[in-house]
Design a protein. Structure first.
Length: 254
């Protein structure tokens, strides 16, 4: 991550302003991490679920994926008008609603599965958003939480080339992991987006408090397409960029 830390809440207006960047750079195969890793992994983990909610759907690539897997209902929710309009234009069998992750405009226990892909690290009210995801699910339903890895993708993390050592050594620097912070990051020239860093324990405890049990934790290696596009990351295959928590809604005690 680059940028300046801030105590301000994430700016949703930046997402509206830069929706076109997301649509052109991160969808329809343009981004190798989505094309080679995230979309196939989401397909594997959502297969067989009939009613699927995509939280922070953007222009709907995972909503369309769920519909294509045979879900009878695939719903994408996003706060950004430009993304919802584009999602509807792209079609693919899903339906869309505009709304915040912390206040979803949908009925309790409406879905068998929900996914939030690289969304919760942009949400200030994360605990409320986790509780809303749990509210959407039937007992036993699946929640997939895809995150930029909270430990290894901290603010100011990155490769260090240490030329003092002989021979020189390259290693991965971890930034201020325990400090929660909001960053406005320049992801491309003149494209600024908000990111919230939290330690992993914040997510795990929020899931537990909402009645979501973690069944599996995945730390996939960066895919070949990303490594080919980032030759400066000599040993990038050893540093996961993505963390996936596969969760299950536990039955509520009466």
């Amino acid at each position: 991550m680059t940028g300046e830390p801030s105590s301000e809440a994430p700016d949703h207006g930046l997402w509206e302003q830069h929706a076109g960047w997301w649509q052109s750079q991160c969808t329809d195969g343009a981004d190798p991490e989505y094309a080679e890793l995230i979309v196939p992994l989401a397909a594997e983990l959502l297969a067989g679920y009939d009613r699927v909610l995509d939280i922070g759907a953007g222009e709907g690539q995972l909503s369309r994926l769920a519909a294509g897997l045979g879900a009878s209902l695939a719903v994408g929710v996003d706060p950004t008008r430009a993304q919802i309009v584009e999602a509807a234009c792209r079609g693919g069998g899903a339906v869309y609603a505009r709304g915040q992750a912390e206040a979803l405009p949908l009925a309790d226990q409406s879905f068998d599965a929900a996914v939030a892909c690289l969304v919760f690290e942009h949400i200030d009210a994360m605990d409320a958003a986790v509780a809303e995801a749990a509210r959407m699910l039937r007992d036993g339903g699946r929640f997939l939480l895809f995150l930029n890895h909270p430990l290894l993708q901290t603010p100011d993390s990155g490769w260090i080339d240490d030329h003092i050592l002989d021979p020189p050594e390259q290693y991965w620097r971890i930034g201020p992991y325990l400090r929660e912070s909001v960053m406005i990051e320049e992801v491309q020239k003149d494209v600024f987006l908000p990111f919230v860093h939290r330690p992993l324990s914040r997510y795990v405890n929020a899931l537990r408090d909402a009645g979501l049990a973690i069944d599996r934790m995945l730390e996939p290696a960066p895919p070949p397409g990303f490594l080919a596009a980032a030759p400066e990351y000599v040993q990038a295959e050893t540093i996961p960029r993505l963390l996936v928590l596969v969760c299950r809604k536990e039955p509520q005690s009466s």
